[in-house]
Design a protein around this ligand. Structure first.
Ligand code: NAD
Ligand code: ZN
Ligand code: ZN
Length: 386
């Protein structure tokens, strides 16, 4: 089959590889019909989460069930499903606590930041196509993919919907939803989302759905601010041109926002960031998204972090303490949210596919990684068709 294979930073190619096969009783093999490139894939692409060997990448995918193992009773050949990006067993200590991203049974093959082998217990759940650190499983940017614990993760998609309408249930919609769910809105709050990428825009859509009174998006790419305005009905701030923290204080009577969401994460590619910033911003110094969230939130407010941080980070503890900020972050609990989110899509309460800017054959993956990484061609979300 054809698959998108990571070799080394900035070297991702479509190649012919061996077909996957059923290895465990609870496995399924899926024929992938659509798969997306995620900002998280860029961390691998840019070498920020190291991967020592070649690997099939991709964790946002859906498709048609080709074959199931004897332990999978809820799916049959021909079913069309979306698949949560964390690989979770559904039966362990953490899965029973509805914390699927901390599953104890999926991540057997993990390396720490120094290349040391970690024990399975103590590491988080495995993810599809997301380095040995996250289990070393092949991903779904491919014609076929093996789905472990297929009786727990995959959900049959409602009839009459296109792939594009439901594909983002695999990751970015549940992730945006989590960013707001963790803030436990009571209604009417001002929510600021740092980062108007796919995840940030999904967080803004989720903020309205969960009762926000005002939604503000911050980014440094004008075209992405436009998408946040048009797709998520957000007010927007260009942090490359103004001091976003100061503007947010002015917009909130000097108090700061009730909730700030970091949907940026660790710097993807410094050269891309530098290109977007003008001289004023360079002189101002720190553009750090998480630190900006801690500055822009009101006293007693909430900061949630869905942007990925994969290495030690200098955290302004004094700010968190002094302002009494509530914080939560991590990988999104996709399995916990997905059924409710499918209902929202099915009932027309939310539209997800309006952020797709590129819908191309899988064979173009290499070029699309480059464009998405460089934020060229007004690229927001890429869907690949095997
Ligand atoms: P993306 O790279 O497309 O978007 C990031 C956005 O942040 C870009 O629009 C960029 O211009 C903007 N940005 C960069 N620096 C900024 C700054 N200093 N101030 C304001 N904006 C800035 O990525 P994405 O797909 O939207 O993902 C966003 C983050 O979420 C990534 O770190 C990704 O790994 C993470 N993620 C986490 C989960 C989870 O479960 N927690 C799931 C999916 C993605
Ligand atoms: Zn993703
Ligand atoms: Zn588990």
């Amino acid at each position: 089959m054809k698959a998108v294979v990571f070799h080394k930073p900035k070297d991702i190619r479509v190649e012919t590889v061996e077909d996957p096969r059923i290895e465990e009783s609870r496995d399924a093999i899926l024929r992938v019909t659509s798969t997306a490139i995620c900002g998280s894939d860029l961390h691998i692409y840019n070498g920020m989460i190291p991967q020592p060997t070649s690997m099939i990448v991709g964790h946002e995918f859906m498709g048609i069930v080709e074959e199931v193992g004897p332990g999978v009773k809820n799916l049959k050949r021909g079913d069309k499903v979306v698949v949560p990006f964390p690989i979770s067993c559904g039966t362990c200590h953490f899965c029973n606590m509805q914390l699927p991203t901390h599953c104890e049974n999926s991540n057997h093959n993990t390396y720490g930041p120094e290349g040391e082998i970690l024990q399975a217990k103590g590491a988080g759940a495995a993810l599809f196509g997301y380095t040995d650190l996250y289990g070393g499983y092949s991903g779904g940017q491919a014609e076929l993919v093996r789905v472990p614990y297929a009786d727990y993760g995959p959900r049959i998609v409602p009839e009459g919907f296109t792939d594009e309408q439901v594909l983002f249930l695999t990751d970015i919609f549940p992730t945006g939803w989590a960013a707001i769910d963790w803030a436990e809105l009571k209604g009417g709050e001002t929510v600021v989302v740092w980062g108007c990428g796919p995840v940030g825009v999904m967080a803004m859509k989720s903020a309205w759905l969960q009762g926000a009174g005002r939604v503000i998006g911050v980014d440094i790419q004008p075209y992405r601010l436009n998408i946040a305005r048009n797709s998520a009905n957000a007010e927007v701030i260009n942090a490359a041109e103004v001091d976003a923290v100061e503007v947010i204080r002015q917009m909130t009577g000097g108090y700061g926002a009730d909730v700030c969401v970091d949907a940026v994460g660790m710097e993807a590619d410094r050269s891309v960031l530098d290109k977007a910033l003008n001289v004023i911003q360079m002189e101002k110094g720190s553009m750090d998204a998480l630190e900006s969230c801690l500055s822009a939130v009101r006293r007693g407010g909430t900061v949630t972090v869905v942007g990925v941080y994969g290495s030690p980070y200098k955290f302004p503890l004094y700010k968190w303490f002094d302002k009494g900020i509530k914080m939560m972050g991590g990988q999104a609990w996709v399995h916990r949210y997905i059924d409710n989110l499918i209902s929202l899509v099915r009932d027309g309460k939310v539209v997800l596919d309006d952020i797709i800017t590129h819908n191309v054959p899988l064979s173009e993956a290499s070029r699309m990684y480059d464009i998405f990484n460089k934020k060229e061609d007004n690229c927001m979300k890429v869907v690949l068709k095997p």
